[in-house]
Design a protein. Structure first.
Lengths: 199, 648
């Protein structure tokens, strides 16, 4: 995987939105898609079932244009959340530069969140990637739901974020926290350039 | 790279009011007497109040008064850019020279000096240079010097040292005057009261006032009817009221571009930091070392790379090399200050050359020839005839450089001058940290010739300058050697100034020596000239006793008396006599006694022989004298005619 190509002066970041089913990964991408000027975005590829469940994966390329002389592109992917699509998830994870874990803030979904996190870790390991070295942020989605149904971000931090990565409260449907999350992961990914690890 | 002066920005087009009168007056004064009135002139004001206008007006006015003046106007950013470009092109010096030759330098927007340490240093240097040369500097900023964040104290004091003036917001009258002037320039006429109405609207600066004027000019141009005061107020008033609604659109549609562009900005910043960080690091290192006078060719090459392959390592290696160069330079500076200035010590790309240059200097730093160990002080035979010189020698040993400086030992050949010289040298060398240079004048001259030949005069000098005592045997050999006398003269002065001991030997009083420059002679005479006279009987007896003992001749009082009574003029001839007697005894297989000695010494004298150069005859090796002594054969045909032969 070549994150920064100094010869062709290109930066390509592959960011994968990971998380349990129905946590709002595709919603994140849709919101971003809606906010990026047409000239900047590619076609959003989304394969969904009739009930709008992601069947394969969503793909949204964004062209950020020339930054410091580098043509910079972000590729946003989502994985299908359902447990039985693990092969696809692993495929999508391949070559990821950063992972956003979109967690479902609903209290009753906590186990699904944990399961998905474990699944992420094992899938990364299959690619020989240690989750600790991977740029990684958490998003606690659906914070707009009634308070009695959801856990607060501090509670979710306690429950899920045991690596203390940056976490963002979000309401992807209305866009709250979506760009903050994207910005958070982008910074982590791009900061790896400074340390010059993969080149 | 320098902006040209905008022809519209002259003093004539500048509307002077109470708020800017001081700045304009100062500017005019400066333009009339560049470099002498207020230097530097520092103008500050908020944005759009006419800093740039005044700055350029000064340039125009100065140019109009003295067309030959070299005037440069540029913004700080342009200056920085030019500087970086010059550095990148390896033209840092040319860049500095170029700006130092400017008669009036007008720098705009100096507030951007914040956080630019290297540019501050550069500007400080330039300001100093320009001020010293009596060239004018005018600076403009949006705040006073003391309020520019992170500005070097020295720059603040320098900027404030001339005249600091500010331009305030123009008052109502000035605003009206400005509007009138500008509308005239545009060829527009307005109904009475229109401009006054515009002037009443309080714009924070003149630039926005001009914007308002432009708007009513444009409005009037497209409408057939001339604009009146009410319409003008509405035109300008509505836009100011309407603008927020335009700028702040409905929430759903407005957040969209905002969010993305905000994101884009953030990413840009991050990428800028991340991707080009290594270039920044290289550039930073280049600026730093360039500033310290080191060549940065190697770092420049790094920038040509596409990928930042091991940049930090390369910089670290460079810094290591620079440190090594510094160490070498320091080492060399201690040995030979002149050699330390060599360029090679500032070029990390030529490490090997630097090392070898340092090694060369280090070779030169080998101590100068020292006294010969063959002449210990104890073995010097004392007697009434050399009492004076011996006590002087003891004083010199006790207080080198303090009591008798220089000490000149004069006496005929063979009286032990060389012995005494080396003996003193040995004693002096025993002192802590002492470096005693003790050699024959001939060797001194030869060394200098070799140094001139090898283009190493500097280290040769440095070598002697480090000595704590200089002892030269047979100073008369300097005769006619002008260059050596010159060098010795300089050394002489340095030694005297530093209270370091100088000792010379000469066959006669310095003022009777021929071929020596007066300045040398007078300096030799300035110390103590101590004479070694012909050995008295007691001394002769002592010397003979020692000599005979060294030849393992049994003590024979008759022989001793006989030999001691013989007239001799030097101790050395006594040694020769003993040698001859002992050899004769060995040849005849007879014991050494007075009778044999009489036969040998009063028999037929052998043929006379002469040598060319008359020196004390002993060539002293600094390595160790014992061997050289064994190599010597003394042949004394008669006491009155000493011939010294050195066989090797």
């Amino acid at each position: 995987m070549s994150l920064v190509n100094f010869t062709s002066r290109e930066i390509t970041c592959k960011i994968v939105y990971y998380g349990p089913g129905r946590s709002g990964k595709t919603t994140n991408l849709h919101y971003v898609y809606g906010r990026v000027p047409e000239t900047r975005r590619g076609r959003m590829v989304s394969l969904a079932t009739q009930t709008d469940r992601t069947l394969f994966f969503d793909f949204l390329p964004i062209d950020l244009g020339q930054i410091s002389g580098f043509s910079t592109r972000f590729q946003l992917y989502t994985v299908p959340g359902q447990v039985y699509y693990n092969a696809t998830r692993r495929l999508v994870l391949q070559g990821a530069d950063g992972v956003v874990f979109v967690g479902d803030s609903q209290a009753r979904q906590l186990d699904e969140n944990l399961e998905s996190l474990q699944n992420l870790q094992s899938n990364l390991l299959e690619h020989g990637v240690d989750v600790r070295t991977m740029p990684f942020v958490m998003q606690y989605n659906k914070q707009d739901l009634p308070p009695e149904l959801i856990l607060t971000p501090p509670e979710l931090d306690d429950a899920l974020n045991f690596r203390a990565v940056p976490s963002f409260a979000a309401d992807a449907l209305h866009g709250t926290g979506v760009f903050e999350t994207l910005k958070g992961i982008s910074e982590l990914v791009l900061k790896r350039l400074a340390t010059g690890s993969p080149a | 790279m320098t902006s040209t002066l905008n022809p519209r920005f002259t003093f004539d087009t500048f509307v002077v009011g109470a708020a800017n009168r001081l700045a304009v007056t100062a500017g005019r004064t400066v333009a009339e007497n560049p470099g002498s009135a207020y230097n530097p002139l520092f103008i500050y004001s908020g944005s759009g109040l006419g800093k740039t206008h005044v700055l350029m007006a000064i340039g125009h006015a100065a140019k109009a008064l003295a067309p030959q003046l070299n005037i440069e106007y540029l913004t700080l950013d342009e200056y920085v850019e030019a500087f970086h470009a010059a550095i990148a092109a390896g033209q840092g010096d040319a860049f500095r020279r170029r700006f130092q030759n400017v008669d009036a330098l007008l720098v705009d927007d100096v507030q951007f000096l914040t956080n630019r340490k290297e540019m501050q240093a550069e500007l400080l240097r330039l300001t100093e240079a320009l001020q010293q040369a009596g060239h004018q500097i005018v600076l403009a900023s949006d705040r006073p010097p003391a309020e520019i964040a992170d500005l070097d104290e020295r720059l603040i004091s320098r900027f404030s040292g001339g005249l600091v003036v500010d331009i305030g917001i123009p008052d109502y009258e000035t605003r009206v005057a400005i509007l009138r002037r500008k509308s005239e320039e545009r060829g527009s006429t307005f109904q009475p009261g229109v401009l006054e109405t515009v002037a009443k609207l309080e714009f924070p600066n003149v630039r926005e006032l001009m914007g308002a004027l432009n708007r009513i000019v444009a409005y009037q141009a497209v409408n057939d009817t001339p604009i009146n005061a009410e319409a003008a107020r509405q035109l300008l008033g509505t836009t100011t009221v309407a603008s927020p609604t335009v700028v702040s659109p409905s929430v759903s549609s407005s957040t969209a571009p905002d969010e993305f562009s905000q994101f884009l900005t953030d990413v840009t910043v991050t990428v800028g930091k991340a991707v080009e960080a290594w270039r920044a690091r290289v550039a930073e290192a280049m600026l730093r070392w360039e500033g310290e006078g080191y060549r940065t060719g190697r770092l420049e090459k790094l920038l040509d790379q596409e990928t930042p392959a091991a940049v930090d390592e390369a910089i670290a290696a460079y810094v290591l090399d620079v440190d090594r160069l510094k160490a070498l330079e320091a080492e060399v500076a201690a040995l030979d200050p002149q050699a330390a200035g060599e360029k090679v010590f500032h070029d990390p790309d030529r490490m090997e050359e630097a090392e070898s240059a340092a090694a060369k200097v280090r070779d030169g730093a080998a101590p100068p020839p020292g006294p010969s160990a063959a002449f210990p002080f104890d073995s010097y035979i004392a007697g009434p005839s050399n009492e004076v010189v011996l006590s002087a020698a003891r004083d010199v040993i006790a207080k080198p450089g303090k009591k008798y400086n220089p000490l000149v030992i004069v006496g005929k050949s063979g009286l032990g001058k060389t012995h005494l010289l080396n003996a003193i040298g040995l004693e002096l060398a025993k002192k802590k940290g002492a470096i005693v240079a003790c050699l024959s004048t001939q060797a001194f001259v030869d060394e200098l010739i070799a140094a001139i030949d090898g283009n190493r005069v500097d280290w040769w000098r440095a070598r002697y300058r480090r000595a704590t005592a200089l002892l030269l045997d047979d100073i008369q050999l300097l005769a006619g050697k002008e260059r050596t006398q010159e060098e010795l003269f300089n050394l002489f002065n340095q030694f005297l100034d530093a209270d370091r001991q100088l000792i010379f030997t000469a066959p006669a009083h310095p003022n009777t020596l021929e071929g020596l420059e007066e300045r040398i002679i007078s300096r030799l005479e300035g110390g103590l000239v101590a004479e070694v006279s012909e050995p008295d009987k007691e001394l002769r007896r002592n010397a003979l006793e020692r000599s005979l003992k060294s030849q393992h001749v049994p003590m024979d009082v008759a022989l001793l008396d006989y030999l001691a009574d013989r007239p001799t003029d030097s101790v050395r001839s006594l040694t020769g006599i003993v040698q001859r007697v002992v050899e004769a005894a060995a040849a005849q297989d007879a014991p050494v006694n007075a009778g044999l000695a009489r036969d040998v010494l009063e028999g037929s004298p052998s043929a006379r022989r002469t040598t060319g150069l008359r020196t004390s005859g002993i060539v002293v090796s600094s390595a160790g004298g014992v061997r050289s002594r064994e190599k010597m054969v003394w042949d004394w045909p008669a006491s009155s005619d000493r011939v010294i032969e050195e066989l090797r």
